[in-house]
Design a protein around this ligand. Structure first.
Ligand SMILES: NC(=O)c1ccc[n+]([C@@H]2O[C@H](COP(=O)([O-])OP(=O)(O)OC[C@H]3O[C@@H](n4cnc5c(N)ncnc54)[C@H](O)[C@@H]3O)[C@@H](O)[C@H]2O)c1
Length: 329
Protein backbone atom coordinates (compact mmCIF):
# COMPACT_ATOMS: atom_id res chain seq x y z
CA UNK A 1 0.00 0.00 0.00
CA UNK A 2 2.76 2.44 1.07
CA UNK A 3 4.84 1.34 -1.91
CA UNK A 4 1.90 2.00 -4.17
CA UNK A 5 1.35 5.42 -2.63
CA UNK A 6 5.02 6.36 -3.03
CA UNK A 7 5.00 5.21 -6.63
CA UNK A 8 2.22 7.67 -7.45
CA UNK A 9 3.38 10.57 -9.47
CA UNK A 10 1.92 13.44 -7.48
CA UNK A 11 2.28 16.74 -9.33
CA UNK A 12 4.70 19.03 -7.50
CA UNK A 13 2.23 21.92 -6.97
CA UNK A 14 -0.18 19.50 -5.29
CA UNK A 15 2.65 18.16 -3.13
CA UNK A 16 3.72 21.68 -2.05
CA UNK A 17 0.14 22.80 -1.45
CA UNK A 18 -0.48 19.71 0.71
CA UNK A 19 2.70 20.36 2.70
CA UNK A 20 1.62 23.96 3.39
CA UNK A 21 -1.96 22.91 4.21
CA UNK A 22 -0.62 20.16 6.51
CA UNK A 23 1.65 22.57 8.35
CA UNK A 24 -1.17 25.06 8.67
CA UNK A 25 -3.53 22.39 10.03
CA UNK A 26 -0.90 21.25 12.51
CA UNK A 27 -0.41 24.87 13.51
CA UNK A 28 -4.12 25.36 14.17
CA UNK A 29 -4.26 22.24 16.31
CA UNK A 30 -1.19 22.97 18.41
CA UNK A 31 -1.14 26.76 18.65
CA UNK A 32 -3.10 27.12 21.88
CA UNK A 33 -0.83 24.54 23.49
CA UNK A 34 2.44 26.02 22.21
CA UNK A 35 1.46 29.58 23.09
CA UNK A 36 0.85 28.58 26.69
CA UNK A 37 -2.24 28.82 28.87
CA UNK A 38 -4.11 32.02 29.66
CA UNK A 39 -3.56 33.57 33.07
CA UNK A 40 -6.13 31.63 35.04
CA UNK A 41 -6.12 33.32 38.42
CA UNK A 42 -9.27 35.41 38.53
CA UNK A 43 -8.41 38.55 40.46
CA UNK A 44 -11.28 40.99 41.09
CA UNK A 45 -10.16 44.45 40.08
CA UNK A 46 -13.43 46.31 39.67
CA UNK A 47 -12.28 49.09 41.98
CA UNK A 48 -9.00 49.60 40.07
CA UNK A 49 -8.06 52.34 37.63
CA UNK A 50 -5.63 51.30 34.90
CA UNK A 51 -3.80 52.85 31.93
CA UNK A 52 -2.50 50.84 28.95
CA UNK A 53 -0.39 52.63 26.32
CA UNK A 54 -0.66 51.48 22.70
CA UNK A 55 -3.94 49.76 23.49
CA UNK A 56 -5.58 49.87 20.07
CA UNK A 57 -3.74 46.88 18.54
CA UNK A 58 -1.75 43.75 19.33
CA UNK A 59 -0.68 42.95 22.87
CA UNK A 60 -1.94 46.28 24.23
CA UNK A 61 -5.48 45.74 22.94
CA UNK A 62 -5.64 42.25 24.46
CA UNK A 63 -4.19 43.58 27.73
CA UNK A 64 -6.86 46.28 27.87
CA UNK A 65 -9.55 43.66 27.14
CA UNK A 66 -8.28 41.32 29.89
CA UNK A 67 -8.32 44.18 32.42
CA UNK A 68 -11.81 45.24 31.31
CA UNK A 69 -13.04 41.64 31.54
CA UNK A 70 -12.00 41.64 35.21
CA UNK A 71 -13.96 44.82 35.83
CA UNK A 72 -11.27 47.54 35.94
CA UNK A 73 -11.61 51.08 34.62
CA UNK A 74 -9.33 51.06 31.58
CA UNK A 75 -7.75 54.12 29.96
CA UNK A 76 -6.53 53.30 26.46
CA UNK A 77 -3.68 55.77 25.80
CA UNK A 78 -3.30 55.83 22.02
CA UNK A 79 -1.85 57.98 19.26
CA UNK A 80 -4.64 57.15 16.77
CA UNK A 81 -8.04 58.00 18.26
CA UNK A 82 -10.03 56.51 15.38
CA UNK A 83 -8.42 53.08 15.74
CA UNK A 84 -8.65 53.44 19.51
CA UNK A 85 -12.40 54.04 19.31
CA UNK A 86 -12.87 50.98 17.06
CA UNK A 87 -10.90 48.82 19.52
CA UNK A 88 -12.75 50.30 22.50
CA UNK A 89 -16.14 49.43 20.98
CA UNK A 90 -15.02 45.83 20.44
CA UNK A 91 -13.74 45.58 24.03
CA UNK A 92 -16.93 47.06 25.51
CA UNK A 93 -19.14 44.63 23.53
CA UNK A 94 -16.88 41.68 24.35
CA UNK A 95 -16.41 42.37 28.08
CA UNK A 96 -19.68 44.19 28.91
CA UNK A 97 -17.56 46.75 30.78
CA UNK A 98 -18.48 50.29 29.80
CA UNK A 99 -15.71 51.90 31.84
CA UNK A 100 -13.24 51.78 28.98
CA UNK A 101 -12.02 55.15 27.70
CA UNK A 102 -10.04 56.30 24.66
CA UNK A 103 -7.55 59.09 25.22
CA UNK A 104 -5.05 60.69 22.90
CA UNK A 105 -1.47 60.07 24.00
CA UNK A 106 1.25 60.24 21.37
CA UNK A 107 4.43 59.01 23.01
CA UNK A 108 6.43 60.70 20.26
CA UNK A 109 5.41 64.08 21.70
CA UNK A 110 6.10 65.33 25.23
CA UNK A 111 3.33 67.87 24.81
CA UNK A 112 0.79 65.15 23.97
CA UNK A 113 1.91 63.13 27.02
CA UNK A 114 1.53 66.21 29.25
CA UNK A 115 -1.98 66.84 27.90
CA UNK A 116 -2.96 63.21 28.45
CA UNK A 117 -1.74 63.27 32.06
CA UNK A 118 -3.32 66.62 32.82
CA UNK A 119 -6.76 65.38 31.64
CA UNK A 120 -6.38 62.03 33.41
CA UNK A 121 -5.50 63.70 36.72
CA UNK A 122 -8.62 65.86 36.46
CA UNK A 123 -10.81 62.82 35.74
CA UNK A 124 -9.50 60.20 38.19
CA UNK A 125 -8.48 60.31 41.81
CA UNK A 126 -6.61 57.00 41.69
CA UNK A 127 -4.26 55.08 39.42
CA UNK A 128 -3.48 51.48 40.40
CA UNK A 129 -1.94 49.92 37.29
CA UNK A 130 0.15 51.62 34.60
CA UNK A 131 1.11 49.42 31.66
CA UNK A 132 3.82 50.91 29.45
CA UNK A 133 3.17 48.72 26.44
CA UNK A 134 3.32 50.88 23.27
CA UNK A 135 6.28 50.31 21.03
CA UNK A 136 7.77 50.69 17.58
CA UNK A 137 10.36 48.42 16.01
CA UNK A 138 13.00 48.99 13.33
CA UNK A 139 11.54 52.31 12.20
CA UNK A 140 13.17 54.20 9.34
CA UNK A 141 15.60 56.83 10.65
CA UNK A 142 13.26 59.47 12.05
CA UNK A 143 12.81 61.72 15.07
CA UNK A 144 9.97 62.40 17.50
CA UNK A 145 8.45 65.90 17.81
CA UNK A 146 11.11 66.69 20.42
CA UNK A 147 14.01 65.46 18.27
CA UNK A 148 14.56 62.05 19.89
CA UNK A 149 15.42 59.02 17.74
CA UNK A 150 11.98 57.41 17.21
CA UNK A 151 12.52 54.06 18.97
CA UNK A 152 14.36 55.54 21.94
CA UNK A 153 11.78 58.36 22.03
CA UNK A 154 8.61 56.24 21.97
CA UNK A 155 9.76 53.03 23.66
CA UNK A 156 11.85 54.60 26.43
CA UNK A 157 11.71 58.40 26.78
CA UNK A 158 7.96 58.73 26.21
CA UNK A 159 7.23 56.11 28.87
CA UNK A 160 9.89 57.56 31.19
CA UNK A 161 8.17 60.95 31.00
CA UNK A 162 4.61 59.56 31.27
CA UNK A 163 5.50 57.43 34.31
CA UNK A 164 7.23 60.26 36.13
CA UNK A 165 4.27 62.59 35.58
CA UNK A 166 1.99 59.92 37.07
CA UNK A 167 4.20 58.90 40.01
CA UNK A 168 2.48 61.00 42.68
CA UNK A 169 -0.89 59.55 41.69
CA UNK A 170 0.50 55.99 41.75
CA UNK A 171 2.01 56.61 45.19
CA UNK A 172 -1.20 58.03 46.63
CA UNK A 173 -3.11 55.02 45.23
CA UNK A 174 -0.69 52.39 46.60
CA UNK A 175 -0.54 49.42 46.46
CA UNK A 176 -0.05 50.07 42.76
CA UNK A 177 1.98 48.56 39.95
CA UNK A 178 3.90 49.68 36.86
CA UNK A 179 4.62 47.15 34.11
CA UNK A 180 7.17 47.94 31.39
CA UNK A 181 6.87 45.81 28.26
CA UNK A 182 10.44 45.12 27.20
CA UNK A 183 11.71 42.33 24.94
CA UNK A 184 14.21 39.52 24.71
CA UNK A 185 15.81 41.81 22.09
CA UNK A 186 17.31 43.75 25.02
CA UNK A 187 19.95 40.99 25.19
CA UNK A 188 21.48 42.29 21.94
CA UNK A 189 21.26 45.86 23.21
CA UNK A 190 23.92 48.31 24.34
CA UNK A 191 23.46 51.81 25.68
CA UNK A 192 25.54 53.95 23.32
CA UNK A 193 26.75 56.67 25.69
CA UNK A 194 28.62 58.46 22.86
CA UNK A 195 25.58 58.65 20.59
CA UNK A 196 22.45 57.65 22.54
CA UNK A 197 20.20 59.51 20.09
CA UNK A 198 21.77 57.83 17.01
CA UNK A 199 22.61 61.27 15.57
CA UNK A 200 25.96 60.17 14.12
CA UNK A 201 25.01 56.71 12.88
CA UNK A 202 21.65 54.94 12.71
CA UNK A 203 21.04 51.20 12.76
CA UNK A 204 17.35 50.30 13.10
CA UNK A 205 17.94 46.93 14.84
CA UNK A 206 20.51 48.33 17.27
CA UNK A 207 18.25 51.27 18.13
CA UNK A 208 15.36 48.88 18.93
CA UNK A 209 17.55 46.67 21.12
CA UNK A 210 18.93 49.78 22.88
CA UNK A 211 15.39 51.03 23.58
CA UNK A 212 14.33 47.66 25.04
CA UNK A 213 17.46 47.54 27.22
CA UNK A 214 16.55 51.08 28.33
CA UNK A 215 13.14 49.69 29.48
CA UNK A 216 14.98 47.31 31.82
CA UNK A 217 17.45 49.88 33.13
CA UNK A 218 14.54 52.25 33.77
CA UNK A 219 12.72 49.45 35.65
CA UNK A 220 15.81 48.80 37.76
CA UNK A 221 16.48 52.43 38.69
CA UNK A 222 12.80 53.26 39.28
CA UNK A 223 12.33 50.26 41.58
CA UNK A 224 15.05 51.70 43.83
CA UNK A 225 13.53 55.16 43.84
CA UNK A 226 10.12 53.69 44.72
CA UNK A 227 11.40 51.58 47.61
CA UNK A 228 8.95 51.78 50.53
CA UNK A 229 6.24 53.64 48.60
CA UNK A 230 3.97 50.65 47.91
CA UNK A 231 4.46 51.13 44.15
CA UNK A 232 6.19 48.24 42.39
CA UNK A 233 7.69 48.25 38.90
CA UNK A 234 8.53 45.16 36.86
CA UNK A 235 9.38 44.44 33.24
CA UNK A 236 8.23 41.63 30.99
CA UNK A 237 8.98 39.92 27.67
CA UNK A 238 5.68 38.90 26.03
CA UNK A 239 7.16 36.16 23.81
CA UNK A 240 7.28 36.30 20.02
CA UNK A 241 3.80 37.50 19.14
CA UNK A 242 1.92 37.82 15.84
CA UNK A 243 1.21 41.58 15.80
CA UNK A 244 1.69 44.68 13.66
CA UNK A 245 5.09 45.38 15.26
CA UNK A 246 6.77 44.21 12.03
CA UNK A 247 5.12 47.01 10.03
CA UNK A 248 8.51 48.57 9.18
CA UNK A 249 10.14 45.28 8.21
CA UNK A 250 9.22 45.19 4.53
CA UNK A 251 10.22 41.57 3.79
CA UNK A 252 8.38 40.07 6.77
CA UNK A 253 5.38 42.16 5.79
CA UNK A 254 5.37 41.00 2.15
CA UNK A 255 3.13 38.41 0.47
CA UNK A 256 6.27 36.35 -0.20
CA UNK A 257 6.93 36.00 3.53
CA UNK A 258 3.23 35.32 4.10
CA UNK A 259 3.46 32.30 1.76
CA UNK A 260 6.99 31.06 2.35
CA UNK A 261 7.65 31.75 6.03
CA UNK A 262 4.46 32.37 7.97
CA UNK A 263 2.87 28.91 7.62
CA UNK A 264 6.02 27.33 9.06
CA UNK A 265 6.78 29.74 11.89
CA UNK A 266 3.15 30.51 12.78
CA UNK A 267 2.74 27.53 15.13
CA UNK A 268 5.63 28.79 17.18
CA UNK A 269 4.55 32.39 17.62
CA UNK A 270 1.89 33.51 20.07
CA UNK A 271 -1.45 35.06 19.23
CA UNK A 272 -1.86 38.58 20.76
CA UNK A 273 -4.18 37.21 23.46
CA UNK A 274 -1.43 34.83 24.58
CA UNK A 275 1.14 37.61 24.24
CA UNK A 276 -0.80 39.68 26.80
CA UNK A 277 -0.79 37.02 29.53
CA UNK A 278 2.59 37.75 31.14
CA UNK A 279 1.65 41.43 31.36
CA UNK A 280 -1.60 40.46 33.08
CA UNK A 281 0.24 38.10 35.42
CA UNK A 282 2.73 40.84 36.39
CA UNK A 283 -0.08 43.38 36.83
CA UNK A 284 -2.42 41.22 38.91
CA UNK A 285 -0.88 38.16 40.50
CA UNK A 286 -1.22 38.33 44.31
CA UNK A 287 2.17 36.58 44.76
CA UNK A 288 3.87 39.64 43.20
CA UNK A 289 2.36 42.16 45.64
CA UNK A 290 5.78 43.22 46.94
CA UNK A 291 7.99 42.02 44.08
CA UNK A 292 9.75 44.86 42.28
CA UNK A 293 12.62 45.50 39.83
CA UNK A 294 12.25 42.05 38.22
CA UNK A 295 11.86 40.73 34.67
CA UNK A 296 9.28 38.08 33.73
CA UNK A 297 8.44 35.87 30.75
CA UNK A 298 5.85 33.09 30.58
CA UNK A 299 4.74 33.61 34.21
CA UNK A 300 8.20 33.33 35.76
CA UNK A 301 11.14 35.50 36.60
CA UNK A 302 13.88 35.18 33.98
CA UNK A 303 17.49 36.28 33.56
CA UNK A 304 18.30 39.61 31.98
CA UNK A 305 21.55 40.45 30.21
CA UNK A 306 24.49 41.69 32.29
CA UNK A 307 24.04 45.12 30.63
CA UNK A 308 20.54 45.26 32.17
CA UNK A 309 22.03 44.85 35.66
CA UNK A 310 24.51 47.70 35.30
CA UNK A 311 23.62 50.21 38.02
CA UNK A 312 26.05 52.86 36.78
CA UNK A 313 24.45 52.87 33.31
CA UNK A 314 20.95 52.78 34.85
CA UNK A 315 21.77 55.97 36.82
CA UNK A 316 23.43 57.56 33.76
CA UNK A 317 20.38 56.82 31.58
CA UNK A 318 18.02 58.17 34.23
CA UNK A 319 19.98 61.44 34.47
CA UNK A 320 20.09 61.88 30.67
CA UNK A 321 16.38 61.00 30.31
CA UNK A 322 15.49 63.49 33.04
CA UNK A 323 17.46 66.23 31.32
CA UNK A 324 16.22 65.52 27.78
CA UNK A 325 12.56 65.36 28.81
CA UNK A 326 13.12 68.53 30.86
CA UNK A 327 11.69 66.76 33.90
CA UNK A 328 14.24 68.72 35.86
CA UNK A 329 15.90 71.80 34.39
N1 LIG B 1 5.22 41.27 18.98
C1 LIG B 1 6.31 40.74 19.53
O1 LIG B 1 6.78 39.65 19.13
C2 LIG B 1 7.02 41.45 20.66
C3 LIG B 1 8.13 40.81 21.23
C4 LIG B 1 8.78 41.46 22.29
C5 LIG B 1 8.31 42.69 22.76
N2 LIG B 1 7.24 43.28 22.15
C6 LIG B 1 6.79 44.57 22.67
O2 LIG B 1 5.40 44.53 22.91
C7 LIG B 1 4.87 45.86 22.87
C8 LIG B 1 3.57 45.86 22.07
O3 LIG B 1 3.88 45.59 20.72
P1 LIG B 1 2.94 44.72 19.76
O4 LIG B 1 3.71 43.53 19.38
O5 LIG B 1 1.58 44.58 20.31
O6 LIG B 1 2.95 45.65 18.45
P2 LIG B 1 1.79 46.51 17.77
O7 LIG B 1 2.48 47.27 16.70
O8 LIG B 1 0.65 45.65 17.39
O9 LIG B 1 1.33 47.49 18.93
C9 LIG B 1 2.11 48.59 19.33
C10 LIG B 1 1.19 49.67 19.84
O10 LIG B 1 2.00 50.81 20.16
C11 LIG B 1 1.37 51.95 19.61
N3 LIG B 1 2.29 53.05 19.35
C12 LIG B 1 3.31 53.11 18.48
N4 LIG B 1 3.84 54.35 18.48
C13 LIG B 1 3.15 55.07 19.38
C14 LIG B 1 3.19 56.41 19.81
N5 LIG B 1 4.04 57.29 19.28
N6 LIG B 1 2.32 56.82 20.77
C15 LIG B 1 1.42 55.97 21.30
N7 LIG B 1 1.32 54.69 20.90
C16 LIG B 1 2.16 54.24 19.96
C17 LIG B 1 0.73 51.44 18.31
O11 LIG B 1 -0.26 52.33 17.84
C18 LIG B 1 0.17 50.12 18.79
O12 LIG B 1 -1.07 50.31 19.41
C19 LIG B 1 5.98 46.73 22.30
O13 LIG B 1 6.58 47.46 23.33
C20 LIG B 1 6.97 45.74 21.72
O14 LIG B 1 8.29 46.24 21.72
C21 LIG B 1 6.57 42.68 21.13
Amino acid sequence: MLKQLLSWKIPKPVLYASAIAGTFGFACLTKEWIGGPRYGNYVEIDDKVTIVTGANTGIGKETAAELARRGAKVYMACRDLKRCEEAREEIVVDTKNKHVYCRKCDLASLESIREFVSRFLKEQEKLHILINNAGVMRTPNSKTKDGFEMQLGVNHLGHFYLTNLLLDKLKSSAPSRIINVSSIAHKRGEINKEDLNSDKKYNAGEAYAQSKLANLLFTRELSKKLDGTGVTVNAIHPGIVDTEIIRHMSFFNSWLAAILIKPFVWPFIKAPKQGAQTTIFAALDPSLEKVTGKYFADYKEVETSSAANDDFTARWLWAVSEKWTRLTT
